[in-house]
Design a protein around this ligand. Sequence first.
Ligand code: B12
Length: 474
Amino acid sequence: MNILLVSTNRNRLPMPVMPIGACIVAHAAERAGHTAYFLDLMFMKDPMAAIEAALADGKPDVVGLSVRNIDNNDMQNSIFFLNDLFRIVDVIRTRTSVPIILGGAALGVMPEQILRLAPVTCAVVGDGELVFPQILDRISRHERFSDLPGIARIENGVFKRNNTSVGFSATCPVPDYHRWLNIPAYLSRMATVPIQTKTGCQFHCVYCTYPKIEGSSCRLKEPGSIADAVAQLAAKGFRDIEFVDSVFNSPLEHAMEVCAALARVKHNARIQCLELNPRDFDDGLVTAMERAGFAGMGITLESASDPVLQGLRKGFTSRDVHHAAEVVRRHPIPCAWIFLLGGPGETRETVRETLRFAETQIRPGDVAFFNIGLRIYPGTELEAIARGEGVLSLSPDAMLAPVFYLSAQLDAVWLEQELKRSMDRHMNFINIATLSLPFLPLINKIGSSLGMSPPYWRHTRVLRRVLRFAGMDV
Ligand code: B12
């Protein structure tokens, strides 16, 4: 059959991300004997015209739409992306009656709410590479496929969803990205190539959607196949590779095996990952990462204060946080520290404790990224907390449009001012507004043409100084 796969994401902030999940699914469709036509809307001037042309040229028997972002997760300047998806579905529906199948991270987060607004055939929740070919096979034989794992749909107004256990491939996939994507456009904007070393997340952070998207047990990729994938990608010119696991160093033994396998193969890749947990973090891990070819790492703390870490159910303490800072100071590898202020239990005192940590423990050459307010997603513990505190009364359907939690013991204005005061004194501190600067893509492009390489955040201090010198309040 002819399959049209559309990657619908057009958000270029903080940089365009390559739609690897959609490519993996297209690759799987081809391996199952179908002809895949891939349309990436990221750099299309007129996306609707591009879709119309793809429908006319490709004459698809099935259309797959990959949906990544619901919104930008920014409490102060919220952007909702799904209206574009609804328009795309309308355009396709007016031109063809073939099955339309949704997939992608957004469907893991809020499948029911999206399906109620998008008149499509069904959605796949979770990994797509094994189930999508099975769906295509059933469609080609005119058979029902609503019983397949991971399928979610609205039937007579009722939301139905099958469980997602479809099996797992332990081999790291390397689709031919050059064939599917406008690679120069991505690379010149400092995009990195995402790779997963595992799927799933076993932590229980109250606000997080990762277990909903990937499941709550880890399915590990074979370390040798990850190292081979990195070497193959680097040989094709994709030198900047990012591990996009929920948490890279959990389970720690697997992370160590991945690093050892990478150290054994010859590759000239610059690897990074932004999701390290401070609990299983020590000199042995960082040394292994340096030998493996890591050029940058990020530690997701959210807070350095115990009442907040407990309220978020992070599973580590401020002791682990301070220990991680000591370890980082012993290694040359650049580090980004990620914070989320305003969660359950946050007070002025806990905010000050976290800022004090950042101001005194983080090296000036490293970067601290602060986000304020937590996006509340249906089905998370944070939703229950917010309802229990009486600060959320919206129905789950009304939560597709962004809704945020901020501790009742804080007011947003004070928090923003306190953070701004700290950012004014520390040029290596940034917030989501810095990452959403409309001219950031241009800066990325200029940086790339001057030979700067990711991790782009290494240059934060210099960039903020230059922009402030030019009169901008960043
Ligand atoms: C790593 C990551 C990042 C990295 C990306 C680095 C990179 N080089 O790619 C960074 C930090 C840059 C980032 C940025 C952002 N991110 Co982010 N990110 C992730 C994360 C952790 C992993 C994404 C990933 O690559 N997965 C691996 C690939 C292989 O999986 P996949 O694309 O989902 O594809 C699989 C399935 O979904 C399915 N599938 C995909 N397409 C299709 C299509 C069909 C037809 C079918 C059947 C199946 C199918 O099959 C694929 C293979 O199994 C997810 C959370 C998560 N666990 O998914 C959040 C996530 C995707 N991000 C999210 C958000 C909001 C953002 C930002 C907007 C945040 C911000 N304010 O800056 C930006 C947007 C960037 C952009 N330009 O669009 C949200 C999106 C949903 C939402 N809440 O709106 C997520 C889900 C996290 C969350 N908060 O819930 N992100």
